[in-house]
Write a protein that binds this ligand. Sequence first.
Ligand code: FAD
Ligand code: NAI
Length: 475
Amino acid sequence: MTQAFDVIVIGAGPGGYIAAIRAAQLGFKVACVDAWKNANGGPAPGGTCTNVGCIPSKALLQSSEHYDQARNHFDEHGITATGVKMDVAQMLARKDSVVQQNNDGILYLFKKNKISFFHGHGALAAPVDGVHHVTVSGSTEAALSAPQIIIATGSSARALPGTPFDEVNVLSNDGALRVVAVPKKLVLIGSGVIGLEMGSVWRRLGAEVTILEGLPTFLGAVDQQIAKEAKKAFDKQGLKIELGVKVGEIKVAKKGVSVAYTNAKGEAQTLDADKLIVSIGRVPHTAGLNAESVGLALDERGAVVVDADCKTNVPGIWAVGDVVRGPMLAHKAEEEGVAVAERIAGQHAHVNFNTVPWVIYTSPEISWVGRTEEQLKADGVAYKAGTFPFLANGRARALGDTTGMVKFLADAVTDEILGVHIVGPQASELIAEAVVAMEFRASSEDIARICHAHPSLSEATKEAALAVDKRTLNF
Ligand code: FAD
Ligand code: NAI
């Protein structure tokens, strides 16, 4: 028998589960369908982010950072830590338990908000009398109907042509989070966000890490002053990054991988490694959705085509998150999920793409919001820049972490903040102030005039804002 709902959400990643909660808050009868299975075959809502993305990667980054601190930095504080060892199995078990706490948290939220959760694969079926239908198969078999559908089916790792992921030697983000022993030699292809985060984890644990990047520029989307500062720090840590390479043949043996490539000078090279992580971007996931049954338009990458409001070409069908255009970020997916639920309720929701922050959780962390100096130049915008180094910040000195800087970019005429870029300690947290400022269209002078706690890293933000007008107080 078909079960009727007001809204059906397909996918319970950050885009889907948040959309479902917001729709339920607005009084709709909501179903959410998600196929992800935990190790026991049970439901594991939360999508890529919770299961093989944001959450587990940050758990491993934290464990490996503790290990690195204990081995290399405790002595600066007068602490002797001898015989420090890494128990990789325990680190992975902790990560798995963090993931499960998040899975359980989402199942609890579904119950709390009276959302009907269906564990299984959701496929669109032809509408009947203008009402949409979804078939659930796999762990649960069900037939559902609703006038409104939200597709939040996310993305999957992109493989190199001819080299599929085996998750033993050639790893995607999934396998990269499940390596049971520290590889002696690790090669990563792609020095984007995953390459840098996962490369950092395994380097801190003792692997010899080389990242091969196709582009000649390091972190091309990041403000280049910030990217250069980060690269200096990564070089010092021994994270080897080769830019401008062309990856050739990859040979996978029983134990290990050999990667042939041409370096930036045009020389043929080969790297042998115990493991290879391929982190060259992600592709929208629409396989098995049966998009054809309703005439849903997909673009050449397989992404669901949507307008600025996340409406697809089919009335009553919406799509959010990684499966549509825009940055593949959990918080962007969540904002779209909330906005779509509110639009279904007839409200006027808004997602400001200009103030979506980015964070790379390396050490030092890298974060930014708004435009880079390179983008402002390309756009022909007259701007003023101000920077402040953490070296001159009292809290950073006390923490023993003075790498990096805060950089402000403001309109030369109006002083409106156009971009804020940070490399350094707690950059992930510091960027929130800049996001709020830009959302309220603050000027750099507004931030410069606000009282910031002392001693705090946030004083570097205030000082960078002062630097726009060339009046830093502590530098
Ligand atoms: P997803 O999280 O991919 O969820 C989609 C869900 O839909 C999945 O559970 C999938 O099983 C399910 N599904 C798909 N098709 C069907 C179907 N037909 N029927 C039923 N279920 C289906 N972003 C950040 O903002 N911060 C980070 O720190 C961060 N770290 C990351 C680290 C890694 C290693 C990776 C890979 C990604 C990271 N991301 C991070 C990106 C983030 O994970 C994604 O942007 C986010 O998960 C997208 O959310 P989503 O809801 O669109 O899709
Ligand atoms: P990415 O787009 O960040 O980086 C991919 C890199 O691979 C680029 O630098 C690209 O030039 C390079 N590349 C592509 N093809 C190549 C080839 N054939 N040879 C060599 N280099 C090649 O993608 P990544 O790291 O896979 O991550 C996917 C997405 O997941 C990110 O863009 C981001 O949206 C999300 N993510 C977000 C995180 C965060 O917010 N902290 C953490 C991890 C992932």
